[in-house]
Design a protein around this ligand. Structure first.
Ligand code: OKP
Ligand code: ZN
Length: 344
């Protein structure tokens, strides 16, 4: 299958994030994409191409215009104050506070954030747009070139980004935008399957009241894991969307047997739904040596993950999300794709 990749991701390299009460170097770093691309080449997965520019229309189908405008201009307004460090919020509007849109740069940073883990620097907006371009160009391999599957090397990732907020390394929700694009291009029913270790709270939010996009997520139990405030099993959708949101929270230490049982249950629901197309939020931070996660998957397990996903028989867009262990993220990510293609 084709891989769509842009060098622009290097423009986004924020310095610090908060972990265990300490500022530490960001785990979501440019080398991640290098490891993945190297492995795609080493395995001869297929053509590697740069994305074409798509503009923001597709993003505006799921994100608020004032939020996209914030992303586009946040750095300009921040730098105008003489600041050179990454934008990082420190004050958030919680329960009971007004939701009026602020103008002050620090207020805006908090207003549009769910956490401090998505800093913005000078080159971020360019990288964010190119990451989305990768997802949309990969999608065209399916919708226009009529191929079965494609892989988008998206950096920064997207699944924590909601209608009007960033967080968890995510800014624009690449997978959700691609799913909406599939709907807009004629698919009646689309599934987003999120296999990243962390719950895709942004994707869940965007489709929570809709029955045309089924969201299925397998992730660390939010009772004890980021993003904490979404991803519980009883979150099943609302209104029209009731029954079209399916969460599989799993405990720390979960290995592949238990994980795969959840995937199979998810796949049965996907089959009942009768989808026309599938978007996979492909995070491989479920790996046993991932530095910020608590599942115990081993590299060969990702081949089986790909096989199981392929058995759904759907046109499938793979959108890169998380995965942070050195090197093995390339092996694991490409194992899913090779398993999908039956090459393993
Ligand atoms: C993004 B993706 C760990 C701090 C966690 C944010 C994690 C974002 C994960 N102690 N910080 O879903 O892989
Ligand atoms: Zn993750």
């Amino acid at each position: 299958m084709w891989t769509i990749y842009s060098e622009d991701h290097r423009l986004h390299r924020p310095r610090y994030e908060l972990m265990d009460g300490e500022l530490v170097p960001v785990f979501e770093k440019p080398e991640r994409a290098d490891w993945v691309l190297e492995r795609v080449k080493a395995r001869g997965l297929g053509e590697i191409a740069a994305p074409r520019r798509h503009g923001l229309d597709a993003a505006l189908r799921v994100h608020a215009d004032h939020y996209v405008d914030y992303l586009a201009h946040a750095w300009r307004d921040w730098a105008a104050l003489g600041r050179s460090h990454d934008i990082m919020p420190y004050c958030y509007p919680v329960r009971g506070m007004g939701q009026r849109r602020p103008t002050d740069p620090d207020a805006r940073a908090g207003f549009y954030a769910m956490d401090s883990a998505a800093p913005i620097m000078a080159g971020s907006w360019q990288a964010i747009q190119s990451s989305l371009d990768c997802a949309l160009s990969a999608l065209e391999r399916i919708t226009e070139a009529r191929e079965r599957a494609a892989f988008a090397v998206c950096r920064p990732p997207g699944h924590h980004a909601g209608h009007d907020y960033l967080g968890g390394y995510c800014y624009l929700n690449n997978a959700a935008i691609a799913a909406q694009q599939l709907r807009d291009k004629g698919a009646s029913r689309v599934v987003v399957l999120d296999v990243d270790y962390h719950h895709g709270n942004g994707t869940q939010q965007l489709f929570y009241a809709r029955s045309d996009v089924l969201f299925v997520s397998i992730h660390g139990d939010p009772g004890v894991e980021y993003p904490f405030f979404a991803g519980h099993a009883d979150e099943t959708g609302v209104g029209e969307g009731l029954g079209y949101n399916l969460n599989f929270p799993l405990p720390h230490g979960t290995g592949f047997t238990q994980w795969h049982a959840a995937l199979q249950a998810g796949c049965r629901a996907i089959e009942r739904f009768g989808a026309d197309a599938l978007v996979v939020s492909l995070g491989v931070d479920t790996y046993q040596d991932d530095p910020i996660s608590q599942f115990k998957l081993a590299s060969p397990d990702y081949l089986r993950m790909g096989e199981t996903i392929a058995a759904l028989g759907l046109p499938t867009l793979f959108v890169m999300e998380g995965g942070y262990a050195v090197d093995e993220i390339g092996v694991n990510m490409v194992n899913v794709l090779e398993g999908f293609e039956g090459r393993a």
